[in-house]
Design a protein around this ligand. Structure first.
Ligand code: SAM
Length: 330
């Protein structure tokens, strides 16, 4: 971790980021010159490792010089944040409202004062969303107090969800595992999902949460796992279950699929080889795959997935020590 920002503190986990201060004027704001990344709970070290050069890590916020960099491990990225000098709670709220309507507070310091400022801002609904629903489109900014008299605010963030938290109205009865939330989130992030007439291949499908999601959307599913499916999913009308290894299957044995989804527990390098085989075959139109890490995170293979043109790798809010690679087609 090196620091190249003039006047910024040496990288550590205690000291304050150093905003360049404009004249005290509640309406003035000035570029911060750094990007702020919010790490998923428990994965700050993965985010720091991925970013490389950072200037400060405090709580789950990681400050890094320069414009936003691609980062799979960021739950939310505060793009082009600005600093705003304030002299009062009402002045702070007014300055934020002057930038845009919707704001989410990340409480870092001066919690009481920050909360009072947030209470003077328009209410932003944090209600769970129902799947399938398009990604929210209303701009949602993030802000915090750097010190008593300085707001750090980013009107634009990478996630449309408050702090990147994609919270769904859950179905606690039908799906046989909570893994279905990962697929709901991935498809919501992609902005499209399978529908009636689509043929899907679900690798590592047991006990059947993802297969249930695909079937609910109207698709037919070839569901593959070494372990059996939950009977409630196995008897669904458009589900064909094959109890075998995902790695023994050749694409030509399955034929064309509109979606290949994979949640197999395996080393990411093995998943990469499987995906490369399917991409070379040209038989899968779109992919959603979980990269699962045991022990150390395999950043190198995550980068190899991220380098596949047209795709994206991200840590979903509903992921554990995993990343999700999505490829929406050429
Ligand atoms: C996290 S679980 C999948 C959960 C599933 N997506 C759901 O929604 O219920 C991982 C699965 O990978 C399966 N698995 C591990 N190795 C496999 C292999 N070689 N071929 C197929 N499935 C495999 C395991 O049996 C396990 O059911």
């Amino acid at each position: 971790m090196n620091d190249t920002t003039p006047g910024a503190p040496p990288p550590n986990r205690q000291s304050s980021p150093q905003p360049s201060r404009p004249a005290a004027d509640a309406a003035a704001h000035e570029p911060f010159g750094q990007t702020v990344y919010l790490a998923p709970e428990g994965f700050t070290d993965d985010l720091v490792k991925e970013l490389g050069e950072v200037s400060l890590v405090e709580d789950r916020l990681v400050f890094a010089p320069g414009p936003a960099r691609p980062s799979a491990w960021a739950q939310n990225v505060w793009i082009d944040p600005v600093t705003i000098p304030i002299t009062s709670i009402k002045g702070g709220a007014k300055a934020l409202r002057g930038l845009q309507r919707n704001w989410a507070l990340w409480p870092l310091r001066h919690h009481g004062r920050a909360k009072l400022i947030q209470e003077n801002l328009p209410h932003v609904s944090a209600k769970p969303i129902t799947f399938p629903t398009p990604r929210p489109t209303a701009p949602l900014g993030s802000w915090t107090l750097l010190d008593e008299n300085t707001i750090l605010a980013a009107p634009h963030c990478s996630s449309p969800f408050r702090h990147g938290e994609a919270v769904f109205v859950e179905n606690r009865t039908a799906p046989p595992s909570r893994a279905y939330l990962k697929l709901w989130e991935a498809l919501t992030q992609l902005g499209h999902w399978p529908g009636p007439g689509d043929r899907c291949l679900d690798l590592g499908s047991s006990p059947g949460g993802w297969t249930w999601v695909l079937h609910e959307l109207g698709a037919s599913v070839v569901s593959v796992d070494k372990a059996p499916l939950d009977p409630s999913v196995g008897r669904l009308p458009r589900v064909e279950f094959r109890q075998e290894s995902a790695f023994g299957l050749r694409p030509q044995d399955i034929g064309p699929v509109d979606w290949l989804v994979c949640d197999v527990i395996c080393y990411p390098t093995r998943l990469l080889r499987l995906v490369q085989g399917w991409m070379e075959s040209g038989l899968a139109k779109r992919f959603v795959c979980t990269l699962k890490f045991q022990g150390e995170t395999d950043h190198e293979t995550a980068r190899a997935f991220a380098a596949i043109p047209g795709g994206r790798v991200m840590h979903l809010f509903n992921n554990k020590h995993e990343l999700t690679w999505m490829w929406p087609g050429p």
